[in-house]
Write a protein that binds this ligand. Structure first.
Ligand code: DQA
Length: 156
């Protein structure tokens, strides 16, 4: 029997690049720690990298934990993977861990700063158990490396 050939390739779901609280302040916020690039600069760089990798991407940022949970719940159906910088919720949020576990999507956790070089309360991440990998301390390049890791899983 001849193999069935799809008339249209399945629509490629985008990777969600999700940023949490205070990341909308990038560029202005403690530039000695987080650098001078803005979140718009990060988005532009990610779009360029995604194009190069053959990935579709979309971006969201919220300062509100429940909104981030809602976005992750929607992502379960809508997105192929997640790159998340959960900001301070990284160190506090069981709700984000539960949402990421429920989403069952390949997820890369990103931090601009090296959280292990900073205060002790930043050394623990609630969300890492839901991530395939964690990138910390490489600045905005971390987001691009996260996209590269997801592209290896998602792009064929
Ligand atoms: C951060 C590190 C967190 O500890 C902090 O609360 C942030 C940003 C980072 O990208 O380095 O808001 O996630």
């Amino acid at each position: 029997m001849a193999a069935k050939v799809a008339r249209h390739p399945p629509a490629k779901k985008p990777v969600l690049v999700l940023n949490g609280p205070n990341l909308n302040m990038l560029g202005k916020r403690q530039p000695e720690i987080y650098g001078r690039e803005t979140l718009a600069d990060v988005e532009k760089a990610c779009r360029g990298e995604a194009l190069r990798l053959g990935l579709a991407v979309e971006f969201a940022q919220s300062n509100h934990e429940g909104v981030l949970v809602d976005l992750i719940q929607v992502a379960r159906e809508k997105n192929a993977g997640i790159v998340i910088n959960a900001g301070a919720y990284t160190h506090t949020s069981v709700a984000l861990l539960d949402a990421l576990n429920a989403a069952e999507l390949p997820t890369v956790e990103v931090h601009l700063s090296n959280i292990y070089k900073r205060e002790r309360f930043r050394h623990h991440s609630y969300i890492s158990p839901a991530a395939i990998g964690v990138i910390a301390g490489l600045g905005t390049q971390g987001y691009l490396l996260a996209l590269q890791a997801l592209a290896r899983l998602l792009v064929r």
